[in-house]
Design a binder for this molecule. Structure first.
Ligand code: HEC
Length: 264
């Protein structure tokens, strides 16, 4: 017996199903771009740009055991800013202890032609690379994301992702899925995993082993999003409720009350 207040998609007006469908289409596209963003900003951090590994996640939050911030950037988001030969020149300069003589001779010309377009100090959010001292700050050990960066991204994610899943699960609430506890688990999962995800960032900064918590949280959130998206779309347009559920779940309460009086 279905709850009196449950309305299946099939009981909703066409216009409402259109709102839901278009919202899911755009949010689904947004999710794909979010995954691409994760890939582009993390995949190369461990030196292998073909996939996002646990080591990439550890490097992003905890820092690299071997690389400096400059090397991490040049293997990751800054990799395409210069040709591989010039990248090697910078790497070997760092390996040799990033000395001033080598900087003037080999590194400065590369930085001037490849990096200063953005890193000349005009953007306060980007490290300035106009002098030896400034570049030197980036050739110390890579400590991973800073606490202010994590705090900034945390509040954006906590607000943003709650909005997204409030919308998605409000739509999914109209799906018919038994047993009820399973439906509830699918709904609760993303709200729990955004919390475990974000707390794991700080834990990973301190203890790199927690990178796995970030990965598992992300996988579970993606799983829940996919289930809610697919089940909602499918039941909205292609699915017919079982007959007994149709009677009580799909119908409007007013009609049902009328039916009951007729019975008597
Ligand atoms: C087209 C603009 C642009 C160019 C050119 C560019 N960068 Fe960047 N750089 C950025 C932006 C934007 C960020 C911050 C976003 C990010 O970290 O992905 C950044 C971040 C960085 C960081 C900081 C990463 C961190 O740890 O926070 C370093 C180091 C860096 N760039 C080095 C370089 C070097 C070296 C070059 C030249 C080979 C270069 N960049 C060329 C735009 C640029």
């Amino acid at each position: 017996m279905s709850n009196r207040h449950f309305y299946h998609f099939s009981a909703l007006p066409m216009s409402m199903r259109m709102v839901y469908t278009m919202t899911l289409l755009v949010l689904g596209t947004g999710y794909l771009f979010a995954m691409l963003q994760v890939f582009f900003s993390h995949a190369g951090l461990d030196g292998d740009p073909s996939m996002v590994s646990a080591k990439d996640i550890r490097t992003a939050y905890h820092g690299s055991e071997s690389d400096t911030r400059l090397e991490t950037a040049l293997k990751g988001p800054m990799a395409d800013m210069l040709p591989p030969e010039e990248r090697k020149v910078i790497f070997s300069w760092v390996k040799d202890g990033s000395k001033q003589a080598g900087y003037e001779e080999k590194v400065k010309p590369i930085v001037e032609s490849r990096c200063l377009a953005c890193h000349d100090g005009s953007n306060p959010h980007l490290p300035k690379l106009t002098s030896y001292e400034e570049l030197g700050k980036l050739t110390q050990k890579d400590e991973g994301a800073t606490i202010p960066t994590l705090v900034r991204v945390s509040h954006i994610h906590l607000f943003g992702i709650t909005f997204i899943f409030f919308i998605v699960s409000s739509i999914f609430a109209h799906a018919y899925l038994k047993p009820l506890w399973l439906k509830c688990v699918v709904i609760v999962l993303p709200f729990l995993t955004i919390l475990t995800d974000i707390f794991s960032w700080y834990l990973t900064k301190m203890f790199p082993g927690f990178a796995w918590f970030i990965i598992i949280s992300g996988v579970l959130m993606g799983f829940s999003f996919t289930v809610q998206w697919v089940v909602s779309m499918w039941q909205m347009w292609f699915y017919t409720l079982p007959d007994d559920i149709q009677e009580c779940g799909g119908a409007l309460p007013v009609m049902r009350r009328k039916l009951n009086t007729d019975d008597v």
